[in-house]
Design a protein around this ligand. Structure first.
Ligand code: ADP
Length: 263
């Protein structure tokens, strides 16, 4: 019972944050970190003080996606941790900053993971935050339980899925998990929803389309919108320059991100 498990963790957090947004997915590789990174970047660009906590312990990719993978977490007083600043409005902590090198796998037990998460929420000098975006590992594991118990003011969870039936099945597990923890599902985002052919402009439904919307309807949670497969999105992630910064105002991109902006 996830609620029982979560209640075993004592919360003593006094974080100064107005809204914590969890980003999760039923399985890996669906674009969860991409959405978390771009969402945090979009919020900070709108002038909100934003934190981004990469708690995807087994695949902490956010520093690479922001081009800050060479940075380390520091401390001025030996007690509190300073987040890595991407801009005046966006600070980041990531499990990746704690690893000796980027190719090291994390083989931590549950208790250690929980301690690390606790530190990232309690001991980081976040300042006053309007938003803390939390990138969780895929699935319904310990990390989400710890955050649910330790973080204050959780606005809810954004669930990222791809359109195939199997992914939808996984995301419905995420929805039920979040609801069982007594948290709100802010909505489902369907990523990798069709590929626009750069030559003819036709849409190729590589993984299908519309499954996320259908699942949202069935599960009675909001549908936030879809993001097509776009090679620029992958290149932006690999280059460490979030896609949202490259938005050129073309109609396609406006449609792509309008709902995400509203989250
Ligand atoms: P997850 O966090 O769910 O494991 P990532 O955000 O790391 O997934 O995305 C997996 C890979 O797919 C990354 O290389 C990312 O750049 C790429 N990607 C994510 N969304 C898209 C998209 N809409 N179009 C093209 N590539 C994408």
């Amino acid at each position: 019972d996830p609620q029982k498990a979560a209640s075993g963790i004592q919360s003593k957090v006094q974080m100064n944050v107005k809204n914590v947004i969890l980003v999760l997915s039923g399985k890996g590789g669906v674009g969860k970190s991409t959405v978390a990174t771009n969402l945090a970047m979009a919020l900070s660009n709108k002038g909100y003080n934003t934190g981004l906590a990469d708690l995807d312990i087994h695949g902490p990719n956010i520093p690479k996606m922001l081009g800050i993978e060479d940075q380390k977490l520091g401390s001025y007083d030996g007690k509190t941790i300073e987040p890595v600043k991407v801009s005046g409005k966006l600070g980041v902590v990531s499990m990746a900053f704690l690893l000796p090198d980027t190719s090291s796998p994390v083989v931590w037990r549950g208790a250690m993971k929980n301690t690390a998460i606790k530190q990232f929420l309690e001991d980081v000098n976040w300042g006053e935050l309007d938003y803390l975006v939390v990138d969780l590992p895929p699935g319904t594991g310990d990390e989400a339980l710890s955050v649910a118990q330790l973080a204050p003011n959780i606005a809810g969870a954004v669930i990222v899925t791809t359109p195939q039936d199997v992914a939808i099945l996984d995301s419905s597990k995420s929805v039920k998990f979040i609801e069982k923890l007594g948290l709100k599902v802010l909505g489902i985002i369907e990523n990798m929803s069709g590929l626009v052919c750069p030559h003819c402009g036709d849409v190729i439904d590589l993984f299908g389309r519309g499954g996320g919307e259908k699942a949202a309807k069935e599960l009675n949670v909001p549908y936030l919108g879809s993001i097509p497969i776009d090679p620029d999105m992958r290149i932006a992630g690999d280059e460490g320059k979030p896609f949202i910064l490259k938005r050129d105002g073309s109609e396609q991109n406006k449609v792509t991100w309008q709902h995400v902006d509203e989250v």
